[in-house]
Design a protein around this ligand. Structure first.
Ligand SMILES: *Cc1c(COP(=O)(O)O)cnc(C)c1O
Length: 395
């Protein structure tokens, strides 16, 4: 098989071999339904509880506050739609941000069509919300604040602890989409006053199609998937035991040497960023300089078209992602890059590289060399770049 340099960990990650190993028996000899009376099934209840405990411990939560879902999108949909329904007598106003994942933004649009009002907070040039603007947006009918822990495109970390304190002071529920942050940043739901938190297995070397929603005890949230009595009657459906076991194993592995792993990822990322910023002119680093996910790097290269860049990187075996949604059939630049105030033409020349623990400095050297050559080749084909150089030489 072709060898890749995989730099798209924000999109998904490889399931670790130890995780696959842990999952396998639950497809075959331990396949029983946890709701069954006989031992083959019922012993899987214990497995579910153990997985819940492992995940809860990583958040400072109680095991009874973890609800398994089919991933980040479901957790986000559940958190928003079901709290909106459960609290609509109290009010119909929700506060979120302009840079959320579409699992939040499109759910908010859905709720708006059903009579809820949503305030979308702006972010500054680094991608952080303003706490003053949040305070000012709060109304007597505000029932929920949903702000992502860290952004999937530019990596910026939001002031979660401060948002939690504000929400608590006003008696408003606080949900955070922590799909990019969980296992990659330290999270304590009590210290941070988080009432609900979404996460997804495949973003931290677990399997795809499984995630969880943390729901603080006492939060009135409706059931979202109706049917059987699984997940304490809040989320019906036969439990995805192999997936849940795999996700818990991935959490266990991530927590075992979290500090070392994160330090290594950050060091490799910083090395990549330093070289690119020094060696490729007319380049901008998007996102906050320090308050960002350890593995995230996001650049805009002037006079370059992001999609061409991705295709040429792919020919070198380098997997990255662009700042535009062209691949999804739209020519609009990313809503996140627009929200931080990038002009269209700059946003279109964006490249997101997201690192994982297996990436090395040697790989980064290879990436920088290829990237330098590709950016130059694309600029040489750009009439705008030609004009720009002529003008700057005339000065
Ligand atoms: C990936 C992602 C999601 C969606 O998670 P899935 O498990 O793929 O449904 C939601 N929010 C953020 C911030 C993400 O990065």
């Amino acid at each position: 098989m072709k060898k890749y340099i995989y730099l798209d960990h924000a999109a998904t990650t490889a399931t670790r071999p130890e995780v696959v190993e842990a999952m396998l028996p639950y497809f075959t000899e331990n396949f029983g339904n946890a709701s069954s009376v006989y031992e083959l099934g019922s012993r899987n209840k214990e497995v579910l509880n153990k997985s819940r405990e492992t995940i809860a411990a990583a958040l400072g939560a109680d095991a009874t506050e973890i609800y398994f879902t089919a991933g980040g999108s479901e957790s986000d949909n559940w958190a928003l739609k079901a709290t909106a329904e459960a609290y609509e007598k109290k009010g119909r106003h929700i506060i979120t941000t302009k840079i959320e994942h579409h699992a939040i933004l499109h759910t908010c649009e859905y709720l708006e069509k059903r009579g809820f009002e949503v305030t979308y907070l702006d972010v500054d040039a680094d991608g952080r919300i303003s706490l003053d603007e949040l305070q000012a947006a709060i109304r007597p009918d505000t029932i929920l604040i949903s702000v992502m822990f860290a952004n999937n495109e530019i990596g910026t970390i939001e002031p979660i602890r401060e948002i939690g304190a504000i929400a608590k002071e006003h008696g408003i529920l606080f949900h955070t989409d922590a799909v990019q942050a969980f296992a990659h940043l330290k999270i304590d739901v009590n210290e941070m006053n988080i009432d609900m938190l979404s996460a997804s297995g495949h973003k931290f070397n677990g399997p795809k199609g499984v995630g969880f929603l943390y729901i603080r005890k006492g939060v009135k949230i409706r059931s979202f998937i109706h049917g059987g009595a699984q997940e304490r009657k809040r989320r019906a459906g036969t439990e995805n035991i192999p997936g849940i076991v795999g996700m818990a194993k991935a959490v266990e592995l991530a927590m075992a040497n979290q500090d070392e792993t994160l330090a290594h990822i950050k060091e490799t990322r910083d090395y990549l960023v330093d070289r690119i910023m020094k060696e490729i002119p007319y380049t901008r680093l998007n996102g906050h300089k320090d308050l960002r996910l350890p593995g995230n790097a996001n650049f805009s290269f002037q006079f370059v078209e992001g999609e061409s860049l991705l295709i040429m990187l792919d020919m070198e075996g380098i997997c990255g992602s662009s700042g535009s949604a062209c691949t999804a059939g739209s020519l609009d630049p990313s809503h996140v890059l627009m929200a931080i105030g990038l002009p269209h033409e700059i946003a279109h020349g964006s490249l997101r590289l997201t690192l994982g623990e297996e990436n090395t400095k040697e790989e980064m050297d290879f990436v920088v060399e290829k990237l330098k050559a590709i950016v130059q080749r694309l600029r040489d084909m750009s009439p705008l770049y030609e004009d720009f150089i002529k003008k700057s030489q005339a000065k």
